[in-house]
Design a protein around this ligand. Sequence first.
Ligand code: HEM
Length: 471
Amino acid sequence: MAAPFSEGVGTKVPLTLRFSTVAGESGSPDTNRDPRGFAIKLRTSKGIWDWVFNNTPVFFLRHVQLDWIINRYSRTIQGSHQVGLVAASSTLPTSATDSLCSFTVRNAIQRPIFAPQLFNGFIFAVVINFFLIFSTRDYWSQNQEAIGQVMRLFSNRGTPKSWAQMDGFSGHTFKFVTASGSWHYVKIKATSKQGIENFNATTALQLAASNPDYLTQELRERIDAGNFPTWEVGIQTMTLEESKKFPYDVNDLTKVWPEDQFPVQPVGNIVLNKNPQNWFAEIEQLAFSPGNLPPGVEPSNDPVLQSRIFSYPDTARHRLGPNHLEIPINCPVSVNNFQRAAWMRVDGGAGNLAPSAPNYPSSFASPVRYAPRPYDLSMIADPLEGPALVKASYKLSPKDFEQPNQLFNKEFSDDERSSMIANVITALNSVTVNQVKQRSLDMFACVDPAIAQKIGAGIGLKASSPLSCGK
Ligand code: HEM
């Protein structure tokens, strides 16, 4: 295991976990169809390690063009505005439990990025401020590498029955490095010991109307009753040599590493045994970043991960201020950074440093220096060719439909298969632009013509022939 747990077997670290939905903002119903956020702040003896995970092993995109879809979620709320590579801000989380766990709704705030595919939807969102179902369907049908995540979302997995009854996944590839500089690619998975259970679309909708805070309440009551939710944490590992034989890019966030080839090796447990005392102090003010990594854990070259490393602290500066790391819930034992002033600076200037400590690595006062890494970064660089190459852009290929086909035919239960088809039919019947419906149907035909036949019967269309499927 990586350095943060080098104290050995049996090491315990306190953590805070915040659950979330993605598309809705503060106050939106917990049971809406959506991926779920699964963000954990581990307070290791070597520093904070944030696991900013989702309840799905893949994501809608594998490249930084992804901020198109993040933009899609935007509304003109609170007049906020951020510009940047993938800069975005969250709205206020709603309610929560902690040790620590919670529910927060996050939402990217409008940014002036003009993506041709979304241009119409984007402008509508600015002008009329309502949620545009059309533009998500449009985006997905034009960025079909999203299909694996879309299929999970539209099966009943998109409406989990409890925050405790879903798994958490890093999605991204990270690297675990030993002191001598040897390393593996790693993905992390938290498997629910409560098992997976989901609502069907009807119950999820009813609950959204009758109790928008349903999942938050359920989790709080579960923990208050001493029925502590538990997850087994496991890692999948891959060597550089194995990655060269892997049929997909090791950094492609739209692909899973099959568990029969890369088994999940158990390394620990997460137990949620405490609700927060003060929701605002302990939950609302949390700030996570996938870039908060202790020594021995390094990010991969996954472009989406690299973009997130910029985006989250940027958001936190906007939402909580430049001194958000000093807020106790985010704070390691001491904060050593170059931030000396600005909003919410309530101490002498820099944690345990002299107030006069310069805001740059200096030889004056208490000099601030970066902690040395135990290994040379050049030892862990990805090769610049082969499957681990970071691609400037990915082109859709027939390979992008292989795992979705396996997902539907081998992994999904009968219930997931039928719920996905029924929910996709409902979703596409709400789209008024025929071209988007046709492209969406063709996308499913690339996964499996039998799926497209069933969906087509429900929306009154037939899949195109011939299909391109990225050929
Ligand atoms: C380019 C892609 C992405 C961008 C730009 C992005 C951006 C953001 C931003 C700005 C927030 C709000 C953070 C805050 O309020 O402090 C957020 C929240 C979150 N994102 Fe992402 N995200 C991306 C992809 C992902 C992926 C792939 C995952 C999971 C594997 C993920 C998991 C989460 C979680 C769990 C939260 C809620 C964290 C919390 O509770 O504060 N995001 N995202």
